[in-house]
Structure formats: C-alpha cells, structure tokens
Design a protein around this ligand. Structure first.
Ligand code: GAP
Length: 461
C-alpha cells in the first residue's frame, strides 16, 4: 500500500478536526505521534459502529455471547499464545536517509529521501542496492510492570489483540452460559501494538480498538463456518452503507498464513491511499485452545454428550478494527457535490452515512429565534430523544447554512419549525440530507415518519 496520503485524505483529516471527529492527541503539547482522540462527533460515530457490530454479532443471534476480558493478563498467556516469541515485524533501517521501515512494506513504499538521485525510487530498490541494514525482529508488544518492583518478575504486557482473553475464558463461558459448539464469544476492546510505522491517520495506530469474535465449531465444520463468516462480514459493511464496489475479499496466499492457520481472507477497502485490510477472517484450527491447555495444564475441550465424544473445537475468527471501520465508513460516506446554477453554484460537502452510523440522526432547527418557534423545537427535540435518536439543536444563522453544516457531518434529517408549525397547519419541514428534498409532516407524525425513513434508507449513487 502506498504510504503517501492523497489530497482527498487531507481534506477528510481536516474535516475530522474542524468538525470534532478526531483530534491529534496531546495537541497542546505538540501532539503525540500516531495517537488520536475522538471528539464529540467521533465518539458517537465509533459508538454507532460498535453498536452495529454488537447488534449483528450478538444481539440478533442466539449462538454468540459477549465477554469483556482484562487488558493486562497473566504473562504466561502471551507465552502460550506464541506472542512473546513470534509477534514481531521484521525491521530495517536505511543507512542513507536513517528511516526505519517494516521490511514487508518496502515494495509499496516510495523512498522518502529528498535527494535528486533517489527521486521516484521504491524503498525496495534501496534494500536491493544494499542501502538497508539486515532485517531484525522487533516484538510489537508494549511492556510495563505490575506492582512496585520494576524487574523481570513483574513484567506484564498490554494485550496486542482481544482474542486471547476469549480463549482463556473458554471453559468459564461454556459452563456459565451453557454454550455448545457451534457457538461464538464476541468482544470489543482496546489493543496495543508498538507499530514500527504507524500511519494513514487512524488506519494504523499503536492504541486501537478491536471487534473480535471467536467461533468454536466441530473440526469437520470449520470450512463451512469460514465461508459463512466471510460472507456475513462482507455483507455487514454493505448493510451499514459502504459501497460494494469499494470492498473486496482477498484470500491470503499460503506464504502469508500464520503457521497455525489453514485459511485467512481479508475484507479490503479501496482507501484514498490504495487497497488496505479492514478486517481479517481466519481459520485458526484448535491451535489456541491446544496452546492454552498445554500452557495452563487445564483442559480446554468440549464433551459432546449425545455422541459421548470429547474434542477440541476449531475456531473461525472474524477480527475487525473499530477505528479502521469508523474511518472507512467516513471515507466512503464523503462526497463533494456541485449544486445550484450560475451565481448560486456551490460545492456541498456531505457525508452519506447510513442513519444507523451517523453521529447525529436529526437536527432540530427553529426558523427564527422567536414567535414560539424555539419552544416548539425543544418539544420536538424531546420527543425524538425519547425514542433514542441522537439530536442536535441549532438556532443560529441562515437556515441554508445550518443545513450545510449538518450535511458536512452527515446528519440524515433536519426538522425545521416555522410559522406554519406555530400558527398555521401545525406541520414542520423534514429535510432529507441525501436528496435535499423537503416534506411537510404533521408535528406528531415526525417520529414515525423518521423511523420509517431510517428503515428504508438506501445509499445514493
Ligand atoms: N486476533 C486476530 C487479529 O488481531 P489482526 O489482523 O492483527 O488480527 C484485526 O487485527 C484487525 O484489527 C485488523 O483487520 C485491523 O482492522 C485492526 N488493527 C490491527 N492492527 C491495527 C493498528 N495498528 N491500528 C488500527 N487497527 C488495527
């Protein structure tokens, strides 16, 4: 993947900051590389992404249950899982520009050296010409200490994936929730990786959130479930508004697979900087349960009463990044549209979020700040809040400008309270973000009208 960000990416990053989606972390101290804070709209966006995932993966199924395991776990968890020995990237240093790179990224990277002789060159060429150091393994796990002593006996790690907390709780969940394969355990939470080259905004950071599910099934059924989850996960992005043509499934070549994995497919998205992994669906076999059984001395297996057969379930794992998904929804929603004619021609920036994903669902706008309109607008806002819609009240500025501000943050509907609402036929204007069409709707009908519109929403071309 090319590492340079395009103009489009720059405009998206700037919108994120200007409108309060994502800020550089510790900005007043000059920022801290690759760390980001989510602002008022970003936090709503991310929450909606997580809610949509949880709804599809847990709430709407009866074969998946949830878990929230600790970030800091027994260090032997990482010994058994293989992370201590093998969770490493190969790192190279350039002797000329002093840059530090992941070896597997070299073929896609442009040489960052500004010197004329390196212009237009791929970083891989520098390696072929002997300008890079030999590759060395760099473990990606963050280390810290538990308790007051800072020595090897108190060394602990921040988890680099949420998955291992699921495997170590396998017996607890089977017995407490009385689950039998095929079943899944889902978890959303922070993970940490000391990435060598974070970048492309929140695409690759050192602290991020994952949405992972481990699906345990009889060994003979793992291919069936792998295909099932590949389809289900691709469709989830489409159902939540991402355009199909910007997504693809990329099965891993055999030399890309982890040694324990017999298959892995990435859901990839066409980012402004090229195709990139959004989520991976992997067949992990019985590797993790076997490894933790061996490491802990506790058997992690399932006894099938009906067939009087004990076996170690195989695992199919859909593993998604929450920050990456939120960024993908935002990029895919982004549109600059030319509207109006002649003097009135203007560019409208609009985010075509699915109403489920949009940070604000409805803006409530009194046309003017008087004549009883603000009071009726507050009443409207309360009835929308009561049915769980995220609202925003704005009474400042020309109505056209207020609509534009809402378009730019992807608010699907605006409800305007005007003279007719207060003194006329009691109707309000409901304005649709995507078509910009306006309907007159009776005040008391607005809630059912918007709920219906949300259900019928389709991504505009
Ligand atoms: N348990 C398997 C696992 O962690 P992964 O492919 O390493 O698999 C899963 O990670 C997902 O987590 C990725 O597809 C990506 O969306 C997200 N992810 C991984 N590393 C990330 C990083 N440094 N920054 C942001 N998201 C990341």
């Amino acid at each position: 993947m090319a590492e340079q960000t395009s103009d489009l990416m720059d405009r998206i990053v700037s919108l994120c900051k200007r409108r309060g989606f994502v800020f550089q972390s510790s900005e007043i101290y000059g920022g801290f590389s690759s760390c980001y804070d989510y602002g008022p709209l970003g936090v709503e966006l991310k929450r909606n992404v997580k809610d949509a995932w949880w709804r599809a993966m847990v709430v709407q199924r009866d074969d998946v249950v949830g878990l929230d395991s600790a970030i800091i776990q027994h260090p032997e968890v990482w010994q058994s899982s293989g992370h201590l020995a093998g969770f490493a990237d190969m790192l190279v240093d350039c002797k000329t520009c002093k840059g530090r790179f992941r070896e597997d990224h070299l073929p896609d990277l442009d040489c960052p050296n500004k010197d004329k002789q390196f212009k237009g060159r791929k970083a891989a060429q520098c390696q072929q010409d002997g300008l890079m150091t030999d590759a060395r393994a760099f473990n990606l796990m963050f280390k810290t200490f538990a308790g007051p002593m800072e020595d090897t006996s108190s060394t602990v790690y921040l988890r680099p994936e949420t998955a291992q907390g699921i495997f170590t709780n396998f017996n607890n969940v089977v017995t407490s929730a009385r689950m039998a394969p095929p079943f899944g355990i889902a978890q959303i939470g922070k993970s940490f990786r000391n990435e060598i080259t974070p970048g492309n905004f929140v695409f690759r950071t050192r602290e991020f959130e994952q949405m992972e599910m481990e699906f345990f099934c009889p060994p003979e059924d793992d291919e069936k479930w792998y295909e099932y989850w590949c389809d289900a996960r691709f469709n989830w992005y489409v159902q939540n508004g991402v355009r199909k043509e910007n997504l693809r499934m990329r099965p891993h070549a055999s030399d890309e697979l982890a040694h324990y994995s017999s298959g892995c497919t990435d859901v990839e998205y066409l980012y402004p900087f090229g195709w990139g992994e959004l989520e991976g669906i992997a067949k992990r076999g019985s590797y993790d349960l076997d490894a933790h059984s061996k490491g802990s001395g506790k058997e992690l297996s399932y006894f099938d009463e009906a067939n009087k057969n004990r076996y170690v379930p195989h695992v199919v794992e859909p593993a998604a990044g929450c920050d990456r998904a939120a960024m993908t929804f935002l990029i895919d929603a982004y549109n600059e549209q030319e509207i109006g004619d002649g003097e009135k021609k203007e560019v409208r920036t609009v985010l075509h979020f699915h109403p489920r994903i949009a940070p604000i669902t409805v803006a409530v706008l009194p046309l003017v700040k008087k004549a009883g309109m603000p009071e009726r607008a507050r009443e409207m806002q309360n009835s929308l809040m009561e049915v769980g819609m995220r609202t925003f009240y704005d009474q400042k500025g020309a109505i056209g400008r207020r609509y534009r501000r809402m378009d730019e943050v992807g608010t699907p509907y605006c409800v305007t309270i005007d003279g007719d609402t207060v003194e006329g036929d009691g109707t309000v204007t409901v304005r649709d973000r995507d078509s910009m069409a306006q309907d007159r709707v009776a005040f008391d009908e607005v809630v059912p009208f918007l709920l219906q519109k949300q259900r019928e929403w389709k991504r505009p071309e």
